[in-house]
Structures are given as C-alpha cells and as structure tokens.
Design a protein around this ligand. Structure first.
Ligand code: AMP
Ligand code: ZN
Length: 111
C-alpha cells in the first residue's frame, strides 16, 4: 500500500526506532508512548487488521516478535498486548499492529 505509513516503515522508507525485525515482521517504538515501553509489532505485508486473512505463519511470527520485544525491553514483570480493530476501537493506522505496553505497573483494568 503506497500511502500506508507502516508499510513505509516496514520498507525502511521512513525512520523508526527498530526493536526487532525478521522476514515477516518488524517491531518499532511508538512515536507517542502510553507507557515507559510502548512498541508496535507489525507484519511487513499489508493487512488491515487481525481478521484480514493474515497467514498463520505471519501470526506466529508476530507472537514470536512479542516475546523478542519483551526480552529485549526487559519486560519480565509483565506487559500488555492490544490490537485495535476499526475506528470504534480507536484504530488510526489501518495496518495491523500489536501494541506491546509495559515498563510500569499497568494495573488490572484494560485501559
Ligand atoms: P492505533 O490507534 O491502534 O491505530 O495505533 C496507532 C499507533 O501508531 C499510535 O499509538 C501512534 O502513536 C503510532 N504511530 C503513528 N505513526 C507512527 C510512526 N511514524 N512511528 C511510530 N509510531 C507511530
Ligand atoms: Zn500498510
């Protein structure tokens, strides 16, 4: 998708603070962090959301990337993973992404 900002990050066309990368996914720090650690995990291929026929190998790579982010960022105490699907859920970038949030006590409520 030529006008998708996350596709451009995946293709290294615009800068990002990259935390982890492999053939299927890339993880980078969120520009507007909501916690001391706020990293986004995205597939390199453009999928709009978690229910957009994402291949199993890509979903597995995203789960692996979450574990790599947790290890690299030192989130042994715990972390939260969120994926917003659709405008009603607050999705603003229409390229699938997992928010990995941590680095402080997040409490028990979801948001
Ligand atoms: P969502 O609201 O779930 O679609 O989340 C989109 C996230 O992308 C927000 O947390 C933004 O701060 C983040 N974001 C938008 N543009 C960039 C960018 N160029 N680099 C890093 N994070 C970004
Ligand atoms: Zn995209």
């Amino acid at each position: 998708m030529s006008d998708c900002i996350f596709c451009k990050i995946a293709e290294h066309e615009i800068p990002a603070t990259i935390v982890y990368e492999d053939d299927f996914v890339i993880a980078f720090d969120d520009l507007n962090p909501q916690a001391p650690v706020h990293t986004l995990v995205i597939p390199k291929a453009h999928h709009e959301s978690i229910i957009d026929d994402v291949p199993a190998e890509v979903l597995a790579a995203m789960a692996h990337a979450v574990s790599e982010v947790a290890r690299i960022k030192g989130l042994e105490e715990g972390f939260r993973v969120i994926s917003n699907k659709g405008e009603a859920a607050g999705q603003t970038v229409m390229h699938l992404h997992l928010h990995v949030l941590g680095g402080k006590s997040l409490g028990e409520s979801l948001i």
